[in-house]
Design a protein around this ligand. Structure first.
Ligand code: PDD
Length: 287
């Protein structure tokens, strides 16, 4: 059975899902996207992802084609049609199809595309062993708080990481880590506090980051919301990343140097467990 995707109001086999040549997403990267994780058939933090989508769309002045309830129904139906209960749902909205011209087209209808990626998140091998990251310059634009489909800088950064034998790139600006190529970046000091960069236009406001911070506060872990340097990351007690498609992943080496003893640290492991618990019982976690 081929994968079923959603395109402009229809569910159809991926081979039949075609976007017109003049779509502004294709020509200009003129669009925004979101991605939400699914565990046990449940969308994780979907409300927050849909709010971030609404915000990204507003910032680039594309009308949101659906209400939150409509988005959720489409996501759930797509997962159901693909028999997916664990993985990632990607959805994007572009400004639509028009003759190539930089100005906003007058009557274009946004293009809406959504697909599933089945994936083991809870029992991912990378969660056991941890991953390697390498640092690379952050070459992105100045509105990284918008989840734009322009991902060329991230593509280049992550490919450089792969060629260096790592699984993620940590992006660096003025000596400070901004975030990962497709994840939020954290370190844990040797004294046991979590350090994460404060929200600004320099980073994406990660939804998993937000939940993680709530969970860490609830469990009494000290939080330092401030920037950290690459040098500080090398000396950290632990390091980890968060994203909708990975939840919490230990980072065990940075630029080829082991983080502490090169194994996932206790605070990271505990936070991953807390996150998994929250994801499998969201109603209880909210009480
Ligand atoms: N990436 N920072 C960047 C640059 C990201 O692209 C992402 C997510 C995150 C983490 O945000 P969240 O916790 O809301 O997923 C941070 C997604 C997963 C992707 O592009 O595949």
């Amino acid at each position: 059975m081929s994968r079923i995707v959603f395109l402009n109001g229809s569910f159809l086999p991926i081979e039949e899902a075609k976007v017109p040549f003049m779509d502004r997403g294709f020509l200009f990267g003129d669009g925004v996207y979101e991605g939400v994780g699914m565990l046990d058939g449940r969308l994780i933090d979907n409300e927050a992802h849909l709010e971030r989508l609404e915000r990204s769309l507003g910032e680039v002045r594309i009308a949101n084609p659906y209400s939150k309830a409509e988005w959720t129904a489409l996501q759930e139906e797509l997962a159901r049609r693909n028999g997916m209960t664990e993985g990632f749902i990607y959805f994007q909205v572009t400004r639509g199809v028009a003759e190539r011209d930089f100005f906003f087209p007058e009557n274009a209808k946004p293009t809406v595309a959504m697909f599933t990626q089945a994936k083991a998140i809870a029992n991912a091998p990378a969660a056991e062993k941890g991953i390697a990251v390498v640092t690379v310059p952050d070459l992105r634009w100045q509105r990284r708080d918008i989840k734009s489909i322009n991902l060329l800088a991230q593509v280049l950064a992550k490919q450089a990481a792969k060629e260096a034998g790592a699984q993620e790139a940590w992006l660096v600006e003025d000596g400070f880590v901004t975030e990962g190529g497709s994840s939020s970046a954290f370190i844990v000091t040797k004294a046991g506090s979590i350090v994460v960069r404060p929200l600004s236009q320099a980073i994406l406001p990660g939804i998993t980051r937000k939940s993680l911070l709530r969970l860490s506060q609830e469990s009494g872990i000290v939080l330092e919301e401030r920037r950290f340097t690459v040098a500080e990351a090398y000396e950290a007690g632990e390091a980890f990343l968060t994203s909708a498609s990975n939840f919490v992943l230990p980072v065990v080496s940075i630029d080829g140097r082991p983080v502490a003893d090169g194994r996932p640290g206790p605070i990271t492991t505990r936070l991953r467990q807390l996150y998994l618990q929250m994801a499998s019982a969201p109603a209880m976690a909210a009480e």
